[in-house]
Design a protein around this ligand. Structure first.
Ligand SMILES: Cc1cc2nc3c(=O)[nH]c(=O)nc-3n(C[C@H](O)[C@H](O)[C@H](O)COP(=O)(O)OP(=O)(O)OC[C@H]3O[C@@H](n4cnc5c(N)ncnc54)[C@H](O)[C@@H]3O)c2cc1C
Length: 420
């Protein structure tokens, strides 16, 4: 009998399979594609986060010159509207092949088994889970862990409000002039002097950009989150205009990135007999869009909880095992924090371009440990609340009014913090 059947071989699937294997469980991973196939996305992470995990050797690039622009911008380089906000923190980009190999090696050591196939449904029979595949096979396991990504159809979650997506269009390539300074990483460039007043009243977008060395750069026009998301065509056009405005032309396109993932997916129902991990479990940080650090930190904790539940009661049903897993993955404190982040995101999604830029000036003026802990979800609930209150206290009134008024489902989301 399989102890744990993991559905999906993306970062979440490999992270949890490796961790469950390390607990001595019999693990099988089911995925439509070869689990060694290269992943389409590249993953960024803060330096301190990856250092804390002891995994800095998995980075392909690391920048110490990290900054953002929250001024409106102008063509005069000395104009204060072009003054950057220095972050004073390292940022890194994973070598995605190394990250994948890191998890695959651990899976191999733990004798994790692999199966090609696409899960179509999960049923319970005599306390065990049965997964049907597109080819008609049926796989039985003590527990199923859905790691099939943000669009999973295998886990239940409340439906209702439209899901807001972070959308981005990016280019890895060569340019007529450096789009960012050599050796630099730009987290958010909100300068918007290339847009007409009418365009500036549209949903704001920013540039995320980095020097990849040897004359190559990655530039990406990004929207924080919106429902429906900002179309790729708009992002592409805005990127080209932004670059042209600064006298930069794209000469060679090596790779185009089309990025879209949900930022405010509701938490899955925590009473279902299927467990989930990664995008399927709404683990993307609702404010920053990051998840890989959380996968690396939380997979071992979740695996320990599941293995313990299996050891304590060898006859435990899938529902009992999943309940132990859900509690470990989404304990009340994390659910409260998730509610707070979603509440904050809802506010930001309504902000005008001017409010957003002012908000980020205040946010990155917080003590470094506060904004960093906010973005990496490493503050406890009290610390997170303190950071949000400090942010409110230091924000200009234009932002405070925006934070105070309750519109749409904001009140409901805020109250979820009390009863997550
Ligand atoms: C373009 C992009 C850039 C991102 N950048 C970052 C970043 O810089 N840093 C960061 O931390 N996060 C980033 N994210 C967010 C998040 O980390 C990623 O979306 C991440 O890939 C999610 O991992 P996952 O394993 O949950 O899902 P996925 O990566 O989507 O993997 C899901 C896997 O499940 C398989 N699958 C799907 N359905 C089935 C089925 N029915 N049966 C079997 N298998 C199935 C798929 O084939 C795939 O292998 C980014 C996301 C995107 C889209």
């Amino acid at each position: 009998m399989i102890d744990a059947l993991v559905i999906g071989a993306g970062p979440a699937g490999l992270a949890i399979a490796a961790a469950l294997g390390a607990e001595g469980l019999k693990v099988v991973v089911l995925s439509p594609e070869d689990w060694r196939d290269p992943w389409p996305n590249t993953y960024g992470i803060w330096g301190e986060e990856v250092d804390g995990l002891g995994l800095a050797h998995l980075l392909e690039h690391r920048w110490s010159d990290t900054l953002s622009y929250f001024g409106a911008g102008s063509t005069d380089a000395h104009d204060p509207a072009n003054t950057p906000t220095a972050h004073g923190r390292d940022y890194g980009l994973f070598d995605k092949a190394l990250l994948q190999a890191h998890w695959l090696e651990r899976c191999e050591l733990a004798a994790v088994a692999w199966m090609r196939g696409c899960a179509t449904g999960i049923e319970l029979l005599a306390g065990r889970s049965q997964v049907g595949t597109a080819l008609g096979e049926v796989l039985e396991a003590r527990l199923v862990i859905d790691a099939s990504g943000h669009g999973s159809a295998l886990v239940r979650r409340p439906s209702g409000a439209p899901v807001a997506g972070q959308a981005a269009y990016g280019v890895v390539g060569r340019f007529s002039a450096p789009p960012v300074q050599p050796g630099q990483f730009v987290l958010m460039d909100y300068r918007c002097d290339h847009l007409s007043p009418e365009e500036r009243s549209q949903p704001p977008t920013f540039l995320y950009a980095m020097d990849l060395g040897q004359g190559r750069f990655f530039v990406e026009e990004t929207s924080l989150a919106l429902a429906p998301p900002v179309p790729y065509a708009t992002l592409k056009q805005r990127l080209e205009r932004r670059l042209a405005h600064r006298g930069v032309e794209i000469l060679v396109v090596e790779h185009e990135e089309f990025c879209l993932f949900p930022m405010n997916l509701p938490l899955p129902d925590l009473d279902q007999p299927v467990l989930a991990f990664g995008g399927a479990a709404a683990m993307v940080h609702p404010a920053s869009g990051y998840m890989v650090g959380a996968l690396l930190r939380r997979a071992p904790l979740l695996a320990q909880a599941v293995a313990e539940a299996m050891r304590v009661n060898p006859a435990a049903s899938s529902a009992e095992l999943a309940a132990a897993g859900w509690l470990a993955l989404w304990p009340p404190e994390l659910r409260r924090k998730h509610a707070l982040y979603q509440f904050g995101l809802e506010k930001l999604m309504r902000f005008s371009e001017l409010q957003l830029r002012s908000h980020f000036v205040s946010f990155f003026s917080l003590p470094s440990y506060q904004w960093y802990g906010f973005l990496t979800n490493t503050l406890n609930l009290g610390e997170l609340l303190a950071a949000m209150l400090a942010l409110f206290a230091s924000a200009p009134w234009s932002v405070r009014w925006g934070l105070m008024g309750m519109r749409g489902r904001e009140l409901k989301l805020g109250l979820r913090m009390l009863d997550p």
